[in-house]
Design a protein. Structure first.
Length: 159
C-alpha cells in the first residue's frame, strides 16, 4: 500500500495530488496565521481576543504578532517556506509551553488548542516543504542548488 510505504520517495511528487493538497494546506494555514498577526497588531479584520492590540515591542504579544504577520505571510506566499514555517512552529511551541501550560496540561483545558495545532501544522510544512503553488518555484536557482544528482551521475563508469 503506497500510503503506508516507508520508502524515501513516498512523499509528495511535484505536480501530484499530494503536492497540490500540501500547497493548499500551506496557503490556508499561513493565511490564518497572518490574519492572527494583523488582528494583534492592527485590530483588523477583527479585534484580537481581549479587544486590545499589542503595545509596541511588548513581550511576548507584540513580537508574536509580528512573527505571525511576517512569517505567516511568507508561508502563505511560499517564500522561504521551511525557515518561516519553523519560526512559526517555534513561536507557537513557546506560546503553548510558557503561556498556556500554566493553567493546565491539556490544550482543551488551558485554551492552547490553536497554539498546539499551529505548532504542529507549521512543523509539518517545515519538514515536507511548500508543496504546489509556492512563489519560491518562480525564482531561478543558480549553481549547486539547481543541479540534481541522477543515478547516472553516481553509477560507476564501464570502460
Amino acid at each position: 500500500m503506497p500510503l503506508l510505504s516507508s520508502e524515501a520517495n513516498a512523499g509528495t511528487v511535484p505536480g501530484g495530488p499530494g503536492a497540490i493538497v500540501l500547497g493548499l494546506f500551506r496557503i490556508l494555514v499561513g493565511l490564518s496565521f497572518t490574519i492572527h498577526g494583523m488582528s494583534g497588531l492592527f485590530a483588523w479584520p477583527v479585534a484580537p481576543h481581549g479587544g486590545h492590540v499589542a503595545e509596541f515591542a511588548s513581550w511576548p504579544s507584540w513580537w508574536a504578532s509580528v512573527i505571525q504577520l511576517v512569517a505567516g505571510g511568507l508561508v502563505t506566499l511560499g517564500l522561504g517556506t521551511r525557515i518561516a514555517a519553523l519560526l512559526c512552529s517555534g513561536s507557537m511551541a513557546y506560546a503553548f509551553l510558557f503561556v498556556h501550560l500554566k493553567t493546565g496540561i491539556l490544550p482543551i483545558q488551558n485554551g492552547g488548542e490553536a497554539a498546539a495545532m499551529f505548532c504542529w501544522a507549521f512543523f509539518l510544512i517545515a519538514v515536507l516543504g511548500p508543496g504546489a503553488f509556492a512563489a519560491d518555484a518562480l525564482i531561478p536557482r543558480t549553481g549547486r542548488a539547481q543541479r540534481r544528482t541522477t543515478p547516472a551521475d553516481v553509477a560507476p563508469s564501464r570502460g
